[in-house]
Unconditional design. Sequence first.
Lengths: 317, 297
Amino acid sequence: MSRSNRRTKQRVLITGIAGNLGRAVARRLHRRFEIVGIDRRPVRDMPKDIEIENVDLRRRRAEDVFRREHLDAVVHLNIMHDPRTQQKEHHAFNIVGTQKLVELAAEHRVPKVVVLSSANVYGPDPTNNQFLNEDAPLMGGQNFMAIRDLIALDMFCNTFFWRHPEIETVILRPANIVGRVNNAPSRYLRLDRPITVMGFDPMIQIIHVEDVVSAIECALTPGVRGVYNIAGPSPVPLSTLIKMMGKTRLPVPEPLARTMLNAAWSLKMSDWPVPELDHIKYVCMVDDALARQELGFQHAYEIDRILSDLAAPPASY
Amino acid sequence: MSDTDVSVRDSIRRLRRRLDDALVGGLDPKVWENISSMRAGQNEYGYDPFGFEPEFLKYIYPVAERLYRNYFRVETFNIDHIPDDGPVLLVSNHTGQLPIDGFLIGCALLFDRQPARMVRSMVEHWVATIPFVSWFMARAGQVVGTRQNCRILLGRGGCILVFPEGTRGVNKTFDRAYELAPFGYGFMRLALENNTPIVPVGVVGGEEQMPTIWNFESLGRLLGIPAFPITPTWPLLGPLGALPLPVKYRIHFGEPMHFEGASDDEDRVIGEKVDQVKAAIHKLVQSGLRERKGVFF
């Protein structure tokens, strides 16, 4: 690549690039932007023109990336969602990592920071509006401890947004990402017979990984800032999703489901924390009108495509 | 998965299909045509964003129609006061311990109106926490009553039933029959905000279905339900005593009312407008009471 060409491209730092989502973002963006990646995990299957720094974001060496490269944007995906990790480590990794990142961004005047939060910060609840907008309180932690660090992180970035008006901070809260990622909704739908809570069948929003990448791409547009909910195609009941995958659900009465999950969790036979049951019991859907209006976000993948990609990922991955 | 598993599931599926066919076959084709051609804003999978499935009505229809026509023998008056489309708020008095009035108003708009209109009513939060009930209510088009939900439905041109008296109205004892309890103001603010016409509804007959002598409030609180009515038959005769009496319902629809003004006015200003609606409902109920020949006929 020639030197002059190099300067015309903007530089984007992706934290957590080794993850499934990080890889998807890198692959989409690397032609338009010059990509630098940070991750403490080993990186596989990455386009050749991407620079990778193999380091924990909290380490000193991560600072060098900011000093060396004159970054035009940071996409922060380095957020752990593993319920099996020790709570303390989980919290420290997510919060301290994010704090470090925004600190560096402020210090080195990175004009744009994009953070990927989640619609789950609102939390499923029977009193929820059918579609929550960005002003809704982040109640996800009232029963589900493991989501508290994500809420703290989301709030932290909100504070950062107000403290540094010169930096365009974008916080994205996408609905359940389903596809080639290793998150709870995708793992749930991959089960042979997904368990449902008997007598409950909430409406569910799902979104394709590539559509989340599109949302991140939209968020990188200069001038865009704020908090945005991201949702894909119109919602359907959970039972319809399972039926569309050609599977049969296994309805279990709630007390039994709780006991079973609790036992399986203690015996390390399942990776489902018990409070996650609320997600297949109550609604937690978001209103993404703002993102469609202000970011120009549009979803490209309909439900059948999302589910078929989940069952058999396309070869291009 | 074993073979028996598959065969059992197959037979269940066959049984369900047969049941489905029998249900649709048993419906009055004209009425079903009227209902199934209704536009409810459903997506390509047959659901609206709130989980309402118009197809699902065929499971409710056979029972609902018997209750509507044979048990409560509902009579409607001036049902064409409700506009054919566009957002509208039906504001009704609320009576009779069990919210059957809401159910019957919904039936009236489906069975006795051409073209049919789907009534969406706002239900309590705790409905969403009860297994099966939450699922059933959502499929049948009932929505958890939050202001935002109502706003979305009105924006989609929905017909929404509101009981501004809330549980205060339902749980009255019989000595206060057909009195209107204090109204909430939320519906008026929503109507002003969305410029929605209000159709007052007066339901006559409901109070006599479960004449309540006393409301055992502390027991109700203990059981987590809004009230625990004591009637001459309940709990004396056991579960049978809780059945509503076969009273005749008469539903009177008033002329649409239009209001103008700021939706964020003081309560005093909103309250005056609410009082106009309340007076209209009072008039409908009183004239209905005068005109009716009997409670059961």
